[in-house]
Design a protein around this ligand. Sequence first.
Ligand code: CA
Length: 568
Amino acid sequence: MKRREFLKTVATSFAAVTFSGCEPLGRDNKKRPNIIVIIGDDMGYSDIGCYGCKDIPTPNIDSIARKGVRFTNAYVTAPGCSPSRAGIMTGRYQQRFGHYYNPGPPPLGLQGHVGLPITEITIADVLKSAGYTTGAVGKWHLGLTPHFHPLNRGFDEFYGFLHGKHSYTDPGLGSFNPIMRGTTPVDEKEYLTDAFTREATSFIKRHRTQPFFLLLAYNAPHTPLQAPKRFQNSFEHIKNPKRRTYAAMLAAVDEGIGKVLTMLQELELQQDTLLFFINDNGGWGEDNPRDGSLNKPLRGGKGSFFEGGIRVPFMVQWPSRLSSGRTFDLPVISLDILPTISAVTGAKLPSDRIIDGVNLIPFLSGKKDLPHQSLFWFGWGKYAIREGNWKLVNTDGNIKLFDLAADIAESHDLSAEHPDVVKHLAKAYEAWNKQMIDPVWSRSVPKPKPKESNKNVVESDTGLDIQSDVTYTIKVKAKSSVGSGSRITLYCWCGFSGKKDIITSADYALTSSMEEISISFDSDSYAGRRLIFGYKFTAPSSDTKFYMNENINVTHTKKQPGPDPSAR
Ligand code: CA
């Protein structure tokens, strides 16, 4: 079914939908819950009080668990921002539509295919079609170009930024990634987390009389580490300066969520608002201390398929329908958010595609047993599968098997003891993987080859035929008559003058004293061809003079062996 047809069908078939696990809801707006999904960014698994944090108070986030259900085995679909969000927003493993990587900054990010494919249907599309007012506040990270903009993905309102991270203190006007209201860049003066809280509470207040969906995607505590002034001295008990700043950033998020919850209470909307909190992926964690986050007792962090990368804090509250203060210990995944929302609002899911998530309500009410037989992760040269308490992680062919019930830290590899389990899980993964497609875009655009302009390039045939399996290094000494602003570019070609192919080039700044510079390459692809060397000076002014020692030193050494594949 085409997208437009689907949306039309949703709009006309709403009243016929029934629910499992909770009562059917009528067209009466008062009975249709408001929906809020709050996403944290790169938060450590154990950086929230109800997940064991001791040094950073998070009373407001903790209150969601107290008033609702806290999941102890909850996952996202990727250990990185954008693919994880693609899963949340569609209820589908993002590998089904080739969304494996972050849309990078320009130039990659401005290519028209780099973003959540427009054939996908988002939570906002689904709810808007059912009559909800929809708003997104915060980080988007699902594409920079206009067709990927939130206002074209089901949202009525947007306040935030489109890329993957943002300064908390600089609005970035004039950059490719400004703060925007709708599609207009704005000069935001508040600390960014506070600005997002302000916009979120404003959205709730403005739309309190109608069913609404609010996506509140704080970018905190993702780097850059920038604390709000009012919390700068609040965490002096934390010795690690990165964690001290991180704690202050997290405090602002917690305070902001507190304001959202208070706003719901003041407007008497809390009882009938279904609110999820989830983190998009693990923090960098103890092993890669970039941000001061903690994932312990989980192994690994952001970027890893060990639990620290993909198991996240996840909780839901809906006081009028879900009993409070419970934990749910069976594996669930961020893909479940959309089907749950769909079931409780009557907004119909697309029927022309596989939705991987499940409606969690029947499981939370005890009417059903096991939300997922298996969960899968794939990409970046590795895969993982969890089935029951078994988890298999395959990193570039290096297979590890863990029993998560006995070993949440994934420290005891049981693959040698249970080859049958390894075989079964690998087979299950292969069957799943067959349904997935290749990446729609790669992690980065290849660097353009150096330009081969002959203008001002001095070229010399070295008379050397390139040998195989060695590394060539060419060294020269050069200086400029002025201390700064002069450059030299070195070139290596293979072939013949007038018909040659570039091997590599290197660019250096020159000073007023003679310095040695060099250029190297591995010979493999060029063996048997003539080595041609060249250089070009670039001057800050026409009267600049260059000096180069005529002694061009060409050496070759046996190529350094690469890493042993069997040792990885
Ligand atoms: Ca993230």
